[in-house]
Design a protein around this ligand. Sequence first.
Ligand code: F6P
Length: 332
Amino acid sequence: MTTLAQYLQTHTTAQIASTMTTLATASVAISNLLSQGALAGIHGEAGGQNVQGEAQKKLDVISNDLLLNSLIQNPNCAGVASEELDDINPANENGTLLVTFDPLDGSSNIDINMTVGTIFSILPYHNQGQKATESDFLQAGKHQVAAGYFIYGTSTMLAVTFGAGVAMFSFDPVSQNYVLINEKVTISEQTAEYAINSSNRRYWLPPIQQYIEELTQGDTGVRNKDYNTRWVAAMIADVHRILIRGGIFMYPYDTKIEGKAGKLRLMYEANPMSFIIEQAGGASTDGVQRIMDIEPTGIHQRIPVVLGAKEEVEYIKALHEMAGILANGEKA
Ligand code: F6P
């Protein structure tokens, strides 16, 4: 049996290991609160709105505070950015790492007793001796030194990459340890399962319209096989399913909300999940380019996301190319 603590000793630097330990400790506290559910008084709305204009659930706020307060006390952490907070939080000027997180992805699932999770990304910090600013965080995803998620489902699990494959851990409530269950998670290049919110169909660009049309035609259409849909409406759960049994996940560019290039956030969701998926042998694109090559322009930037089985992702990219789509839905 290998615990997370043992794994960290041999698979990453002391600084990243310490930061991961801080994240894991906070995740256990969040998981405990979630398992108490209504009894912990965490259901319902907290009253405020996050920076994306969405209502904050009570546990969003609690999880955010738990993660933030413990990370800023970690001497390795030079700064923290949360999906729930307008501004980044500078931490230890001599730290070597920056952390971004989505404290509770899929938080609308809490009240219905469904899966939620914490997504995190760790970036290098290059300005030691100076207070971290937002621009320090604006690094392309390919510079991440670690990324992953804690998923609070029927059990609590962790998937993490340090750039050399993906490891998966399961939390043991008896020993209170994350225990390694798979040290090299890989996903198939092909799939017959896809995840997309089809209610947005009329807002998609032609390449995604065409793609979904082909899949729904099943064995009567050009793909010549039947496909199955799964949509948990929590990216964390949809990505976790893909890591376990393959598939493709899409929250593509859509014209539903003017000026917003998709729904998901580059720094808190798209980059960390892309790192995980690529390290497991999958691929990730915004439809036009590799997500981890995108130079961020803002800490809360939104981005279209297509990730999972390599062959499907490449096919969707080819459909965008053929349609002459440039970044953010613009046509050439
Ligand atoms: O963070 C946004 C999010 O909750 C993702 O986790 C999830 O994939 C998506 O929104 C669900 O969106 P929709 O409400 O359109 O199904």
